[in-house]
Design a protein around this ligand. Structure first.
Ligand SMILES: [Fe+2]
Ligand SMILES: [Fe+2]
Length: 164
């Protein structure tokens, strides 16, 4: 931990140390959600098979880059808040519905993606609320990322409607 802190206001100020710790915890969870999403989308985009799957695989492949970008932003913000981005030994796994199974089960994958995106949206709303009044920069960043996840959710909701 650094020994010199200079900010007199905002989330870097000493009087907000407890809040800062809370936000770093929330950001760490967000970081894992993004990293797991990168791995799930990467695996599914490679594994999905069949004519019906092609477009979904392509969309997921593009999303890998975007989700990795989110993870990068969360890691950077954790560092800026005097935190430490976690190492792989602390990795969290939650995406049961995105484990590769039947490569032609496109609808199953679409549902898994919707579940992951909805989970991210829920968690990011929580972070945005936790930041209110004390950490505007994290709030601004997470609002930006939330917009992406809402876009992803809507995209896959439209796919689902088409496939059902
Ligand atoms: Fe993301
Ligand atoms: Fe997403």
């Amino acid at each position: 931990m650094p020994t010199t802190r200079h900010a007199s206001a905002g989330i870097l100020a000493d009087q907000n140390a407890a809040k800062r710790e809370e936000i770093v915890g929330l950001l760490t969870r967000a970081y894992w959600m993004e990293m797991e999403t990168v791995m799930s989308y990467l695996a599914q985009s490679a594994y999905l098979d069949g004519i019906r799957a092609e477009e979904i695989a392509e969309a997921l492949d593009q999303d890998v880059e975007e989700e990795l970008g989110h993870a990068r932003r969360f890691a950077g913000r954790i560092k800026d808040l005097y935190g430490t981005p976690p190492g792989t030994f602390d990795m969290v796994h939650e995406q049961a519905s995105l484990q590769p199974g039947d490569p032609t089960d496109v609808v199953g994958v679409i549902r898994g993606v919707i579940e992951a995106e909805a989970g991210a949206i829920e968690h990011y709303n929580r972070i945005i609320e936790a930041c209110d009044g004390v950490d505007w920069a994290t709030q601004d960043m997470v609002i930006d990322i939330l917009r992406d996840e809402e876009g992803h959710l809507r995209q896959f909701e439209r796919y689902l409607r088409e496939f059902e």
